[in-house]
Design a protein around this ligand. Structure first.
Ligand code: SAM
Length: 254
């Protein structure tokens, strides 16, 4: 007998709210359309610039080689894509893909300003249904993007499909600090200071409340590692950065 779907199956988290699954992608789109103009400034302010170190470390782990084909998924305003494009050089290319037109527009401006248009292409795409052929990329990066995706399992499977055999997935994402002391300081910061900063700088308190809540709802380090295994990735591991506030997960397609 086939199991009838329960109403619970059709709901998902949007921060701490439960909303119909069909509405999440749209609501996330509204968040990023609202913050796109102030996104880079807010990143620097919220993290005191530390996000640049997290990304620098991710780049070192990526170990990108000249000539490689890279997908920077949920690439937003393009800071990682620019760095990746400098590594792959003239013989390689980077696709900056994002579901959101406003974030992509900011990314395109930034790529032009950095003089990297020659080997970066732009695609508006949902991570769950990537519009690329099987076995296309040597490396996929998704930095602070997976948390926002409605069906994360579908996105991981889609990434696995478009990765070449031998290719690598690198997920940079907020995670769970194992230390209770750090957790409580981080909670106080996230739920009190962060929304206020969002209101002051970006004129948008709600989006930054969503940011704090979505981080708490995101799978922890071990859960995400298991999800990667389930999607087909081998040799999955992770490293905690800044006490586990951020984790970088790696997985391979063999
Ligand atoms: N990667 C950039 C960075 O590290 O600064 C941007 C990260 S920003 C927090 C999250 C990005 O994920 C947004 O640009 C958003 O539009 C994008 N995004 C959300 N859901 C997505 C989806 N289902 N598919 C592709 N991109 C998505």
């Amino acid at each position: 007998m086939t199991k009838r779907p329960s109403p619970k199956d059709n709901y998902t988290d949007f921060g701490f709210q439960k909303i119909p699954l069909s509405e999440k992608t749209q609501k996330v789109a509204e968040v990023f359309r609202s913050v796109a103009n102030k996104y880079d400034l807010m990143n620097d302010l919220m993290s005191l610039g530390i996000h640049r170190l997290w990304k620098r470390y991710a780049l070192a782990l990526a170990n990108v080689q000249p000539g490689e084909c890279v997908l920077d998924l949920a690439g937003g305003t393009g800071d990682l894509a620019i760095k990746l494009s400098q590594k792959v050089g003239e013989t390689g290319f980077v696709i900056l893909a994002d579901i959101n037109d406003a974030m992509l527009a900011k990314g395109r401006d930034r790529v032009i300003d950095a003089g990297c248009v020659a080997n970066i292409r732009f695609t508006q795409a949902n991570a769950e249904t990537l519009p690329f052929q099987d076995n296309t990329f040597d490396l996929i990066t998704i930095s602070f993007g997976l948390r926002n995706v409605t069906r994360k399992e579908n996105a991981l499977q889609s990434m696995y499909r478009v990765l070449k055999p031998g290719g690598k997935l690198l997920i940079v994402e907020f995670s769970k600090p194992p230390s209770p002391v750090l957790s409580s300081i981080y909670d106080a910061y996230s739920f009190n200071l962060l929304p206020r900063l969002g209101k002051l700088v970006a004129g948008d308190e709600e989006s930054y409340r969503y940011l704090a809540e979505s981080i708490r709802k995101h799978p922890d380090q071990e859960t995400l590692k298991n999800m990667m295994h389930k999607a087909g990735f081998d040799n999955c591991d992770y490293q905690n950065l800044t006490g586990g506030i951020v984790a970088i997960h790696r997985g391979y397609k063999y």
